[in-house]
Design a protein around this ligand. Structure first.
Ligand SMILES: C[S@@+](CC[C@H](N)C(=O)[O-])C[C@H]1O[C@@H](n2cnc3c(N)ncnc32)[C@H](O)[C@@H]1O
Length: 200
């Protein structure tokens, strides 16, 4: 799942995702004091635009140039409040301690023995800041061969909760129904959600 994979995936459709911000983002971030936010794997940018409109200064990162072009063009009103950034977050970690919110929705983060890329994302959260990591519930999904990838190769939110340690308070670690219908052609009816606060 490299840049070419994602660019080709985006190129299959004029718009790959709904254009609406994720329900979990709205549920968990509404009410937080805006500051610096990192949108991890921002895709076509709906979450980043929503955050910017709530007063956040957003760094929106994606590996796909095509997704970033679409995202930047989608909502000119947020220009200047979103920095669209192309990077492979499994290789280049974001700046440490720089963000009041690190938000990752359906970001395919490959499991690594030393958790290097994951640790980079966790380190990006400033003390007092929030980590929001949302995935698809795996129960009920078709077998890996049918999906074309094995979900077991990627971190689950509940697994990340178990890796956080004493510097974190886990506020939400649960599975819940999606607020939006499953995207067409998918079996994604439920989200798994981790929300944690970095204490120090
Ligand atoms: C399933 S999409 C989710 C997009 C968006 N967060 C949303 O909820 O609509 C995953 C996104 O992560 C991006 N991505 C995948 N691997 C990446 C990596 N190693 N570094 C940065 N972005 C990556 C893909 O290009 C894609 O836009």
């Amino acid at each position: 799942m490299d840049a070419q994979f994602w660019d080709e995936r985006y190129a299959t459709r004029e718009q790959l995702f709904s254009g609406a911000p994720n329900g979990v983002l709205l549920a968990e971030v509404t009410g937080l004091t805006p500051g610096q936010a990192l949108d991890v794997g921002c895709g076509e940018g709906a979450d980043a635009h929503w955050l910017a409109r709530q007063g956040w200064q957003v760094t929106a990162v994606d590996i796909s140039r095509l997704a970033l072009e679409r995202a930047a063009a989608a909502a000119p009103d947020t220009a200047g409040r979103v920095a669209w950034t192309r990077a492979d977050l499994t290789v280049v970690p974001p700046p440490a301690g720089a963000f009041d919110l690190v938000s990752a929705h359906y970001f395919p983060l490959p499991r690594q023995p030393e958790h290097t890329a994951l640790r980079g994302l966790l380190e990006a959260v400033a003390p007092g800041g929030t980590l929001l990591f949302t995935g698809h519930r795996l129960a009920g999904l078709p077998p890996a061969a049918e999906l074309g990838l094995d979900p077991a190769d990627f971190y689950r939110p509940d697994e990340i909760a178990g890796l956080l340690g004493q510097d974190w308070a886990v506020l939400v670690d649960e599975t819940r129904p999606r607020t939006a219908p499953a995207p067409s052609g998918t079996h994604h009816t439920h989200d798994t959600v981790l929300r944690a606060r970095r204490l120090r």
